[in-house]
Design a binder for this molecule. Structure first.
Ligand code: CU
Ligand code: ZN
Length: 137
């Protein structure tokens, strides 16, 4: 609630993961912002707590794209420009689409956080509050 963030992400199954491409706007300008797939496709709570924790079917520790151990849903930080826009083009290794398995991104949620994910701190990279939430359909 009170969020001005908008955007659209398009997901495509590729070899070894899911390609995520899209654009977002209304973000804090010139910022790095934590970005993850969360476990539940439910953005109904004003603070997006309804989306649950990071998608983590493997019961791993939190990490980032460059760490050997990570949650399945751990993504690179979003990088917004001076106008608060961000482009997304990343492949989430290990994720699947519409196979009904534990790594399926359908009916999960993308969440943007108020600050940068350090990809080290547990359990969620010290990225702070959730400022945007969107359900994968
Ligand atoms: Cu998150
Ligand atoms: Zn995580």
């Amino acid at each position: 609630s009170g969020s001005s963030v908008q955007g659209e992400l398009h997901l495509t199954a590729v070899d070894g993961g899911v390609l995520i491409v899209g654009e977002m706007s209304g973000l804090p300008p010139a910022a790095e912002l934590g970005f993850h797939v969360h476990a539940f496709g439910d953005c109904s709570a004003p603070d997006a707590s309804s989306a649950g924790a990071h998608l983590n079917p493997g019961q791993s520790a939190h990490g980032g794209p460059a760490t050997p151990v990570r949650h399945l849903g751990d993504l690179p930080n979003l990088a917004s420009d001076l106008s608060g826009n961000a482009k997304v083009e990343t492949t989430l290794t290990g994720a699947t689409l519409r196979d009904g398995g534990p790594n399926d991104l359908v009916a999960k949620a993308f969440v943007v956080h108020e600050r940068r994910d350090d990809h080290v701190s547990q359990p969620a990279g010290d990225a702070g509050a959730r400022i945007a939430c969107g359900v994968v359909r």
